[in-house]
Design a binder for this molecule. Structure first.
Ligand code: SF4
Length: 463
């Protein structure tokens, strides 16, 4: 069973599937090569990026992230300044300090091989790391970055699902692979969705560590909001997109008090955009469930749980922020198991759409919704994101991504309101809408799945 901390992970922007995942793959493959003795005598390392990792890899920071992984950096702890200096060092010396242990010749332009012409069948984000001794390839591993920072080897993707379910069942007291199963377990145990997740977390680590983890996740989200609200300028990548959150925030904060009901939209917009501007600039954010969708959930939590500040108790068992994150994570786990969190597989319905569904569930939970109402909120939110394409302009996680998180936050709040007006009985189940998202994602042309080959990406002229 997944943990809350598999869904919410700290890392650097701009893309969990294109930054966090490749960094983890590169490090993991080199560690295995090192354990088997291939790295000591290596003369060359080549990283082949396939499919979406190659087609949007430059704008999504995949090249840098792969190199950082080869150097031994990890997404959770990487120091951006140190990592950038290491790239300059490689450029100057023509060598890479693999895992911080072995000096190996490395040419970024040749040894990161962009193969956008290969669209792997198993998953569109393919990556092969090869180790050479002289001209001979002595070791290689094929991995996939499957969305939200998750990675899987070729062998793992080919393994029958039943193996995974049996393994999970041993580790977690309350496994679930569908919304229906989750609701049945909550009903049987007479507990909330958040409490059921907490019981699973308790089986993994002491309660105090989980609470510390929730606080760390929220503090990272909140820091991203605060940095985004203060920072001005043009986002990296060459598209000349101006950061807007700080200006909007100043207008909101310093403007005359307003009774306008629509003021809510302004706050949700500004918080979501602040995080996504940070993400677009390679800042530290939390996958929620991906980096591209990292602003929606923090915006909802900030406005509804911490607008006037927050207390650490909000992140402890029974606290508002903890209830929100556990509930949202439960919904994210179902999407991960039954469909995908990858824009390259599902389009943006699998990223901002899922974030909207998770956010609606989290809100419904802190507003006192029953498990059935929460499941309904999650269903409504996805139902109206079905078919959402991924077509980032210039391959950068900026247009439409930044505004899309803002719009998604408002939509999530509306979905939660709608669900709470009802008693929880509804026609379309969360499982049905997830299956619809999955089938729609499979049918969607690859032009609209994080390749920048269609949609806004081809209709907006870069300058
Ligand atoms: S359009 Fe959506 S899925 Fe695509 S990069 Fe942007 S946020 Fe991610």
């Amino acid at each position: 069973m997944f943990s809350t901390f598999d869904i919410f992970k700290i890392g650097l922007g701009p893309s969990s599937s294109h930054t966090t995942g490749p960094m983890r793959v590169a490090k993991r493959v080199l560690q295995e090569a090192d354990e088997k003795g291939f790295l000591e005598s290596a003369s060359r390392i080549v990283v082949e990026l396939q499919g979406s990792l190659a087609l949007t890899g430059v704008g999504h920071g995949t090249i840098k992230a792969s190199i950082w992984g080869l150097l031994g950096f990890e997404p959770e702890t990487i120091d951006k300044d140190e990592a950038e200096s290491a790239l300059v060092e490689i450029e100057n010396s023509g060598q890479i300090d693999a895992l911080g242990k072995y000096q190996i010749a490395f040419d970024m332009r040749k040894d990161i091989d962009l193969r956008g012409d290969i669209i792997p069948q198993l998953h569109p984000n393919g990556m092969i790391v090869r180790i050479f001794n002289g001209e001979t390839e002595v070791f290689s591993r094929e991995f996939y970055s499957t969305g939200g920072g998750f990675i899987a080897s070729r062998e793992q993707l080919l393994r029958p699902l039943v193996d995974d379910i049996l393994t999970r069942a041993k580790n977690s007291p309350y496994t679930f692979t569908s919304g229906a199963e989750l609701l049945a377990k909550c009903e049987k145990l007479k507990i909330s969705i958040a409490d059921l997740i907490l019981k699973n977390e308790d089986a993994i680590r002491p309660r105090a560590e989980t609470e510390k983890g929730i606080l760390a996740i929220w503090e990272c989200m909140n820091d991203a909001i605060n940095r985004g609200l203060k920072t001005q300028g043009i986002l990296q990548g060459g598209l000349n997109v101006r950061r807007r959150a700080s200006t909007f925030y100043e207008t909101l904060k310093n403007g005359p008090p307003s009774q306008e009901l629509e003021r809510l939209f302004d706050w949700l917009n500004v918080y979501a955009m602040a995080v996504n501007e940070e993400n677009a600039d390679g800042g530290r954010v939390v996958t929620a469930p991906t980096n591209g969708a990292s602003g929606l959930i923090p915006s909802l939590i900030k406005y509804y749980c911490a607008h006037e500040g927050y207390d650490e108790s909000d992140c402890k068992t029974g606290g508002k922020i903890a209830i929100f994150l556990f509930t949202a994570a439960a919904i994210g786990m179902i999407y991960k198991q039954r469909a995908s969190l990858s824009g390259a597989e599902m389009g943006c319905q699998g990223e901002v759409g899922v974030a909207c569904s998770m956010g609606a569930a989290g809100l419904a939970a802190i507003w006192g919704g029953t498990p059935k109402q929460i499941e309904h909120a999650a269903e409504i939110a996805m139902e109206h994101n079905l078919g959402l394409t991924c077509d980032p302009v210039g391959g950068l996680v900026q247009i439409p991504c930044i505004e899309r998180n803002a719009i998604g936050a408002v939509k999530a709040a509306n979905a939660a309101r709608l669900a709470l007006r009802d008693d929880g009985d509804h026609k379309v189940s969360l499982d049905q809408v997830i299956e619809t998202m999955r089938q729609t994602g499979l049918d969607m042309s690859h032009k609209y799945k994080e390749t920048s080959l269609g949609g806004l990406a081809v209709n907006v002229v870069e300058c």
